[in-house]
Structures are given as structure tokens and as C-alpha cells.
Write a protein that binds this ligand. Structure first.
Ligand code: PGA
Length: 251
């Protein structure tokens, strides 16, 4: 099995106007100057996907959507199909982010259908999982994450079309992170489940997400089975994002 190429993805969430494309340009400049080995992606709000894809063309930085609908087209006001993201120049779709699971009541089943839609459209699905603080305190982390993993991954998932992002809900946007041991424990459990279910389970990238910052990235990215990061707040500015890329992006 080939070594897993690290992947660092920025999730801009509901942030960014046209002027923010300057940050993508700045990031592209750093990539051009220093050529990291890691694969890089930015997921801006849907309004910027096409423009960012244009801005980043040829830079080696991929663009992604933050969600997609399960269907390819139809009467679903306000929704965006995976095919539309692909058409706009996207390479990835984040699905099942905890903010969507919470704000829009997305179930594992819904997330699975979205991941399948991403695959149908030729996008890499970045499937998010993670426990709440109450679940962690109750000692249910591995049970919760295991069941989300089983329920959210379609059978057609493979190491090329699917990336897992472990994001403890209580670590997202809070400045709190799990201990390195806690991260290692969950990533090892996810790896074991992937290997048990998929022939190429050893090849899936498993990202850590939740308050990854320039000052903690090196430690987090060095944990076994952490193949990269899904970064929210610190991905909005190229100068914050770059040290995180550096933490995993160079041998
Ligand atoms: P954060 O968000 O880095 O701002 O904690 C991570 C995420 O939600 O993907």
C-alpha cells in the first residue's frame, strides 16, 4: 500500500466575501515558493467556489464545497448538488460536519447519501465524525464515533474517494483540544474499523479537526494515524494556515 499523502483542508464555514480570495492567492504564493508534499484544499462558502477554483487554477490547491445535496438535481430550493460543485471546479465536498448535523439535523443516513452523491459526481467526500462533550464525559467516544463511521460511510467508499475527519464537537472553535493520547486512541479505532470493512482501509486518510492552530499543529500532526487536518478559524488567513501546512507538509 502506498504511503498516505498528508492532506490539509481549510473550512471557511460561513465566512468570506470576494475580497477574501486574496488569502487564497497568498496561500498559492507560499505553495509555489515552497512546494509542500501535502495535498491542500480550501472549502469556501458556496458563493466563492467557482471564483476560488479559478483563482487557484494550476496552484496545486484544490477547492471544495462544505456540503452537498444527495440528489443530482431537482426541486430543492437553496440546496447545491455535488454535480454543481464539480462543475464549479471543486474537487472535494465536506459532508456531515457537526455544525450541519446540529443545525440541520443531518443523520448518519443523510450523510451517507451525501457522501455517495459526492462520489457519483467525482468528488472526494470528507466525512466528519465526532463526539460531544457529554458523550466524551460519559465514556462513549469510541462507541459514538464507531457508529457514526459505520452509518455515514457508503459501501462504495475507498481510500481514493473518501477522507475521514475526526472532529470532537467540543474542540471545534473553542480553543480546546483533546490530549494527544485521546486523539491517538480515536484515530487508531477509526483505522481498525476501516481496515475491517474496506480492503484498502489502511489507505484512507484520517484528518484531525477542532482548534488546530499554528502553535499546536506540529504535535497533533505527529500523532499516529493523523494524516492531516481539517482547519476552521485558522484557515481564513494564509499566514495562520501556512504554519499548519508546514507542520505536516514537509518531510
Ligand atoms: P476550528 O474548526 O478549526 O475553527 O475549530 C474546525 C472545523 O470545524 O472543521
Amino acid at each position: 500500500m502506498a504511503a498516505r499523502r498528508p492532506l490539509i483542508v481549510g473550512n471557511w464555514k460561513m465566512n468570506g466575501l470576494t475580497a477574501s480570495l486574496a488569502e487564497a492567492t497568498a496561500l498559492a504564493g507560499k505553495v509555489q515558493a515552497q512546494a509542500p508534499q501535502a495535498e491542500l484544499g480550501l472549502c469556501p462558502p458556496a458563493t466563492l467556489v467557482a471564483a476560488m477554483a479559478m483563482t487557484l487554477k494550476g496552484s496545486g490547491i484544490g477547492v471544495g464545497g462544505q456540503d452537498c445535496h444527495a440528489r443530482a438535481a431537482g426541486a430543492h430550493t437553496g440546496d447545491i448538488a455535488a454535480e454543481m460543485l464539480k462543475d464549479a471546479g471543486a474537487a472535494y465536498a465536506i459532508v456531515g460536519h457537526s455544525e450541519r448535523r446540529a443545525d440541520h439535523g443531518e443523520s448518519d443516513e443523510a450523510v451517507r447519501a451525501k457522501a455517495q452523491a459526492a462520489h457519483r459526481a467525482g468528488l472526494v467526500a470528507i466525512v466528519c465524525l465526532g463526539e460531544t462533550l457529554a458523550q466524551r464525559d460519559a465514556g462513549e467516544t469510541l462507541k459514538v464515533v464507531g457508529s457514526q463511521l459505520r452509518g455515514s460511510l457508503p459501501d462504495d467508499a475507498n481510500a481514493a474517494n473518501t477522507v475521514i475527519a475526526y472532529e470532537p464537537v467540543w474542540a471545534i472553535g473553542t480553543g480546546r483540544t483533546p490530549t494527544l493520547e485521546q486523539v491517538a486512541e480515536v484515530h487508531a479505532a477509526i483505522r481498525q474499523d476501516l481496515k475491517a470493512r474496506f480492503d484498502d482501509g489502511a489507505g484512507f486518510r484520517i484528518l484531525y479537526g477542532g482548534s488546530v492552530k499554528p502553535d499546536n499543529a506540529k504535535q497533533l500532526m505527529a500523532v499516529a494515524d493523523v494524516d492531516g487536518a481539517l482547519v476552521g478559524g485558522a484557515s481564513l488567513k494564509a499566514n495562520d494556515f501556512w504554519p499548519i501546512v508546514e507542520a505536516k507538509g514537509f518531510k
